[in-house]
Design a protein around this ligand. Structure first.
Ligand SMILES: Nc1nc2c(ncn2[C@@H]2O[C@H](COP(=O)(O)OP(=O)(O)OP(=O)(O)O)[C@@H](O)[C@H]2O)c(=O)[nH]1
Ligand SMILES: [Mg+2]
Length: 187
């Protein structure tokens, strides 16, 4: 796809009319701080469309961005971290699970973002499993590839493919914009 326009519409925390619009939704899922909001900004070519921050736990709602006046990119809160409290992290997890598992207007595709330098963690593998169980069409984005040392590139790529059990991986960097065209094509 080619992105011609992008705008923030609203953030939701549960059932909402926006889900009944029957517009195609593409969800951006991943651990806190892996760069979900940054990837959306890079794809849209708008620096501050989605708020990104070095403090994990920045995105606290399901944020809907209208792309080309017809589809929604949905920026999710991160799982697996909360500065606030365990109770709060649990609340975020429940909201993510509700959206991906029980909501009647599920996203058409899920972009699972992992940290390409850190590699997939236990949380990432659990999320991949859940997405598989729910038969989602998943594209893995290994973000922050600008941090990977050249000498470790092949090893890191192999690790991602093996741990997540898919070859459908886009190696990406919100910083250098590596992978932007490839990901847009897949979406
Ligand atoms: N080096 C590097 N840093 C990145 C990249 N993408 C994002 N970051 C940084 O990572 C931090 C987190 O980015 P966000 O986009 O806010 O991450 P998020 O996944 O939306 O975080 P939460 O909303 O808190 O779950 C910020 O400091 C970004 O500048 C990348 O490709 N390379
Ligand atoms: Mg975010």
């Amino acid at each position: 796809m080619k992105i011609k326009s992008a705008k923030f519409v609203k953030g939701i925390v549960g059932s909402d009319k926006i889900l009944e619009e029957n517009k195609l939704q593409i969800a951006f899922v991943g651990r806190s701080n892996v760069g979900k909001s940054s990837v959306i900004n890079t794809l849209a070519g708008v620096k501050d469309l989605a708020i990104s921050s070095s403090t994990p736990g920045r995105t606290l709602q399901l944020n809907f961005f209208l792309i080309n006046e017809k589809i929604y990119f949905v920026d999710l809160p991160g799982y697996g971290y909360s500065k606030q409290s365990l109770k709060f992290a649990e609340k975020m997890r429940k909201m993510i699970m509700w959206y991906l598992e029980y909501n009647e207007n599920k996203p058409k595709k899920v972009i699972l973002i992992v940290d390409g330098n850190v590699g997939p963690t236990k949380f990432d593998m659990e999320m991949m499993e859940l997405l598989r169980e729910n038969l989602y069409d998943v594209i893995v984005v290994a973000n922050k590839m600008d941090k990977v040392k050249k000498s470790e590139l092949a090893k890191k790529k192999r690790e991602i493919v093996e741990k997540l059990g898919t070859e459908n991986v886009v190696y990406f960097s919100s910083k250098t914009k590596q992978g932007k065209e490839e990901l847009l094509q897949k979406i």
